[in-house]
Ligand binder design. Structure first.
Ligand code: LLP
Length: 394
């Protein structure tokens, strides 16, 4: 059964929508705590690194750090954000296909995290700029995972990792370069709901084991879809890590925070073309997931009405792709009524952008009693702050 936000949270959200500008993101901290506890329990004995790209708000990171999680990052900005939230370098993993020299040097000045090398060139750059760093080497398992093509990073034709045939040689090269080669990293992709993908990865790693030899760390990345129970997956992952003599690491993002969050938007008009639309003050710039991945997020009305209808929910952009949901049955709203998009706590506020001079929305968290600001709504003049208002020679 998909998770339904509790009535008291939706009531608090409804009340908040009368006090802060829409659109905004709202999070139920209790759901985050429950999910973190579930993952911590399932992976007890290993280490859980929260993929902060899913929702990088500092107040959230502080809580997850206090709960004992590490941080998975993918840019200099994310590394420094994790440090700002209180994570120590030994609690941070830095992933990604490109880590430019200047970024490696700047991160190094604040402390060297564990690096996930994505290629031989990446290994060489790490060795040059952060000599002796602790490194995992990312494997591309060459598997046709079952998710949106933009989210399938473990396919052989993706740009990520080193193919199984090349992996042992590149790993040995890392040792020659004087790096502390600690283990292996595999991230299959995101929003994986088919347990067969996890099983197929274990089979690839089982085959590689003889050539790879014993390792200190086996990092199996994130990707846990909302329909999966970590208790079903963890035992086989631990068994494989044991076979490698390694500690098991995982990097969930979405699974910890998606269900806790809603995006709240107001309906400003009903309109008929060949379809029946509700026009909202949030769209693709506030919540890009429907446009980018064809994501379908359930919608709840935060108002009542007797009459019901079936609507497409469109945003304020001048693009026909700016539709957040299609064919949704809802009570017929009045102008100013609010709706909530569910499962918006991951890759929602994190991906909001300023295209069309839309300020990024406010983000607020509810602990069951009171609201806390996680991000203030962006003020409009800030959007053109960095643009010279007179000629600026270079
Ligand atoms: N580890 C690595 C190396 C990753 O690349 C990712 C996600 C994760 C962990 C966390 O994956 P999760 O557990 O959240 O699935 N913007 C997209 C999702 C992109 C995920 C990219 N990498 C979306 O809105 O669905």
């Amino acid at each position: 059964m998909p998770y339904e936000p509790p009535e008291d949270f939706l009531n608090a959200v409804r009340e908040l929508s009368g006090r802060v500008p829409t659109p905004f993101y709202a999070y139920d901290l209790r759901r985050i705590e429950d999910r973190v506890a579930e993952y911590a329990r399932a992976f007890r004995g290993g280490r859980v690194f929260y993929a902060l790209k899913a929702n990088p708000r500092l107040r959230l990171l502080e809580r997850l750090h206090a709960a004992g999680l590490g941080a998975e990052t993918v840019s200099l900005g994310e590394v420094l954000r994790a440090y700002t939230a209180g994570f120590m370098p030994a609690e941070v993993v830095w992933n990604g296909p490109v880590k430019p020299p200047a970024a490696l040097e700047e991160a190094g000045r604040s402390g060297v995290p564990t690096l996930v090398a994505d290629s031989e060139a990446d290994l060489e750059r790490i060795a040059r700029h952060l000599p002796g760093a602790a490194v995992l080497l990312r494997l591309n398992p060459d598997l046709p995972v079952d998710t949106h093509p933009h989210l399938a990073t473990g396919r052989g034709d993706s740009q990520f990792g080193v193919l199984p045939s090349d992996w042992p040689g590149v790993f040995a090269r890392g040792r020659e370069l004087g790096l502390a080669m600690r283990g292996l990293h595999v991230h299959l992709g995101s929003n994986l709901n088919n347990p067969a993908d996890f099983a197929a990865r274990l089979a690839v790693l089982e085959r590689l084991r003889e050539r790879a030899g014993p390792l200190g760390v086996l990092d199996l990345g994130g990707g846990f879809g909302l329909e999966l129970d970590p208790r079903d997956l963890a035992p086989a992952m631990f068994a494989l890590a044991r076979a490698y003599g390694a500690e098991l690491w995982v990097e969930p993002g979405r699974a910890l925070v998606a269900e806790a969050g809603v995006l709240v938007a107001r309906v400003w008009a009903e309109k008929r073309t060949q379809r029946r639309y509700l026009l909202l003050d949030a769209g693709m710039t506030t919540f890009p997931r429907p446009l980018l991945y064809g994501a379908r997020h359930p919608v709840r009305a935060l108002y009542d009405a007797e009459e019901r209808g079936v609507f497409d929910l469109a945003g304020p952009a001048c693009e026909s792709g700016d539709v957040l949901a299609r064919a949704v049955e809802l009570p017929v709203p009045c102008a100013g009524d609010a709706v909530a998009f569910l499962q918006a706590g991951a890759y929602g506020g994190a991906m909001a952008m300023n295209y069309l001079d839309h300020p990024r929305p406010g983000e607020y968290a509810w602990d069951g009693v009171r609201w806390e600001v996680w991000r203030r709504p962006e003020a409009l003049p800030r959007l053109w702050d960095d643009e010279p208002d007179r000629p600026e020679p270079l």
